[in-house]
Design a protein around this ligand. Structure first.
Ligand SMILES: O=P(O)(O)OC[C@H]1O[C@@H](O)[C@H](O)[C@@H](O)[C@@H]1O
Length: 231
């Protein structure tokens, strides 16, 4: 094991890409690729996989890894002129060797802090300098926490706007049993119907088939949902 402790292991994953494995004593774990700063696996104490990772995921940078939790920054979806979901998911993040400590009252030992900074090449397509920090922590009970912080490092004091998303692919065995609560009665844009606007009328979002792709709008945030068959 090429690791420094049992909670955090730095090793190589598919195609020799750098990967970090987080483990907690009850058996839960998470895997994070530095490519995309992406969580690709999250298992509970029974070693059950909670995230979906496509069998078609190529693990060939700079292509985004299809599945897990993709980081969409500085643009979510096609809201603006950049490529869909921005470029952070195509970039190689680095590990912060000296991360700020957790607040004293927590007992987190399985965590990794990642950093992504602008590249001069990127500034040509998105003219801003930034530092994006992402802390991925696996709690003692197996809960997974992602905390992100974006810092504007433009030297000319220019502000910028961005959109951000944790684009999460959950693994579900029977889509007809899934209910998403808290978003009902909101408008949604159906991507399978040319982004036509509808209002969900039920007491929860449910899915009638494995073909669904929509974006729910709530205030200044939007949540997208796409259902695809395993594979
Ligand atoms: O294929 P991409 O760029 O990784 O995007 C994945 C999905 O992202 C979702 O946000 C969209 O609603 C889907 O339409 C899209 O397929």
């Amino acid at each position: 094991m090429a690791s420094e402790n049992v909670y955090v292991e730095h090793c190589k994953g598919v195609n020799g890409l750098d990967k970090v494995i987080l483990r907690e004593i009850r058996g839960c774990s998470a895997e994070v690729y530095l490519d995309g700063g992406q969580v690709t696996s999250w298992k509970n104490e029974f070693r059950e996989q909670l995230l979906f990772l496509s069998s078609k995921a190529t693990f060939k940078p700079p292509n985004a890894i299809r599945g897990g939790i993709q980081i969409c920054f500085p643009q979510f979806g096609t809201i603006d002129s950049l490529e869909q979901h921005g470029f952070a998911r195509n970039r190689l993040w680095s590990v912060d060797p000296d991360p700020p400590p957790f607040p004293a009252n927590t007992s987190h030992r399985a965590f990794v802090d990642l950093i992504l900074r602008h590249s001069e090449e990127e500034v040509k397509i998105w003219p801003h300098r930034y530092e994006c920090r992402l802390r991925i922590a696996l709690g003692p009970g197996g809960d997974l926490m992602l905390t992100s912080r974006i810092r504007n490092t433009n030297t000319d004091g220019k502000s910028f706007t961005f959109t951000f998303a944790y684009h999460t692919y959950f693994s579900v065995t029977d889509i007809s049993e899934v209910r998403v609560e808290g978003l009902e009665t909101l408008d949604y844009l159906d991507n399978l119907k040319n982004r036509e606007r509808f209002t969900e009328q039920g007491d929860a979002l449910t899915f009638e088939s494995e073909e669904a792709d929509f974006c729910v709008e709530k205030g200044w945030t939007s949540r997208c949902c796409r259902v695809e068959p395993l594979g």
